[in-house]
Write a protein that binds this ligand. Structure first.
Ligand code: ATP
Ligand code: MG
Length: 173
């Protein structure tokens, strides 16, 4: 599926659907014969989608987070994991092995101060032109928008969480 010109996409906002959109795109690219690399920041649990994506031949998926969403203040370990993750992403992007690279929840890592916007900007600028790059997560720094070709902001209009419906396996995770 070699792309002549891979673009940069951002899925952000507080509405549901950012990770599912990015993983849906990964499936589409793999279906077209593309090679996909997904790195999920912050999170580390084996969610249902991780389990199934691991079984798809053209998709390599890894996590660099710590079990679950950071509820307490992030510490040195969280910072190191995020930084190491970003370096790994950079290596994989540069390798020429992948057509699509998804950095899921990287925006959260930026928002928590685990990564710096300039590091992600550098990663975007250095990417080979054949790679399509997708960055997801709420609170994407506005400064990144100018480097993106596509920005979608999911906006919460309604979410079942508001009326006390808890996250359901197979739907939310
Ligand atoms: P999804 O993984 O369902 O595509 P997301 O990537 O857009 O959601 P995140 O910010 O990563 O959303 O949310 C983490 C968890 O919170 C997921 O289980 C998600 O389904 C859920 N969630 C997403 N949006 C909302 C919301 N507006 N209110 C409550 N929970 C939400
Ligand atoms: Mg998400």
């Amino acid at each position: 599926m070699k792309l002549k010109k891979g673009l940069v996409q951002i899925y952000t906002g507080n509405g549901k659907g950012k990770t599912t959109a990015a993983f849906g795109l990964a499936i589409r690219a793999a279906g077209a014969g593309g090679k996909v690399y997904i790195l999920q920041f912050i999170k580390g649990k084996t969610y249902s989608e991780i389990r199934i994506l691991k079984k798809i031949k053209n998709i390599k998926i890894e996590q660099c987070g710590r079990g679950c969403f950071i509820k307490k203040k992030p510490d040195k370990e969280d910072r190191e994991r995020a930084r190491k993750g970003l370096r790994k992403a950079q290596t994989n992007i540069a390798s020429g092995r992948y057509d699509l690279v998804v950095l899921d929840e990287v925006n959260i890592a930026l928002n928590l101060g685990l990564l710096e916007t300039k590091d992600v900007t550098a990663l975007i600028k250095q990417k080979p032109s054949s790679v399509e790059l997708v960055l997801t997560g709420r609170y994407c720094p506005r400064a990144l928008f100018k480097y993106a070709d596509l920005v979608t902001e999911m906006r919460e209009v309604k979410h079942p969480y508001q009326k006390g419906i808890k996250a359901r396996p197979g739907i939310e995770f």
